[in-house]
Design a protein around this ligand. Structure first.
Ligand SMILES: [Zn+2]
Length: 235
């Protein structure tokens, strides 16, 4: 069983440590499937079959070059097993069904959903430049996109609550349409006819920016605002 390989932490995003400290090529070397964001929260990333796509603040889907800098990412080597087919269900209800099937909220797992979606609401942030604002400020400038009757894929990671601050607790999902004309960080969705597959992960491997001076010098000892900002920004 394989772990999810994570680059950076949610705390880094909250604390404005948004340098791209790893390239898309290096992230993809740890897995062919994933989600993430670019340097300065440059759009929303989704990795499928070893290719990284960026949904930018204009809603455009761009294939990402190997040297594209990444500030945060979760990837793993896909080995999904079919779980269930769902018709006409909201994302919220489906998450509850998935948790019932998995039988625990205490493991990391990945979910892949492919098929027809009745509605999908996503968001993407604009790239910030140094000195970077916090994630709370960036979240205020995010752009929201809606699409009805769209075929595509959702890549989802579930993180146990105890890892809040390291990762995004609970479900975190990014979407990409088959036509490569829509996607982003998913805020909500209703599924029309979707095949759901699942992969239990052994745990998490975290890669920190070992060569980044801003990260090394940052005071990351005050955790008081972290949980609130994550709850606001990632919900
Ligand atoms: Zn996201």
């Amino acid at each position: 069983m394989k772990p999810v390989v994570q680059f950076g932490t949610m705390q880094m995003l909250v604390e404005s440590l948004l340098d791209g400290f790893v390239t898309a090529k290096d992230v993809l070397a740890s897995g062919n499937t994933g989600i993430g964001t670019g340097a300065g929260v440059d759009g929303e990333l989704i990795m499928l079959d070893g290719v990284a796509y960026q949904v930018d603040v204009h809603g455009h889907v761009n294939k990402v070059a190997g040297d594209f800098p990444i500030a945060f990412g979760d990837v793993h080597q896909a080995d999904f097993k079919p779980l269930k087919h769902f018709d006409n269900i909201t994302l919220d209800d489906m998450q509850k069904e998935i948790l019932k099937e998995v039988g625990t909220e205490n493991l990391f797992f990945a979910v892949k959903m492919t098929g027809e979606f009745k509605t999908v609401e996503t968001r993407a942030a604009a790239k910030s430049e140094k000195p970077y604002p916090g994630l709370g400020e960036i979240a205020k400038t995010q752009v929201i996109f809606d699409k009805d009757d769209v075929k595509g894929t959702m890549v989802v990671y579930f993180t146990p609550l105890v890892f809040q601050g390291v990762g995004v607790p609970g479900f975190h999902q990014h979407f990409l349409s088959d036509n490569l004309d829509f996607g982003g960080h998913v805020l909500g969705a209703t599924l029309k006819s979707v095949d759901v597959s699942i992969q239990i992960l052994s745990g998490v491997t975290i890669n920190l920016p070992t060569n980044n001076e801003d990260y090394k010098k940052a005071d990351l000892t005050d955790l008081s605002s972290l949980n609130g900002v994550i709850a606001d920004a990632e919900s």
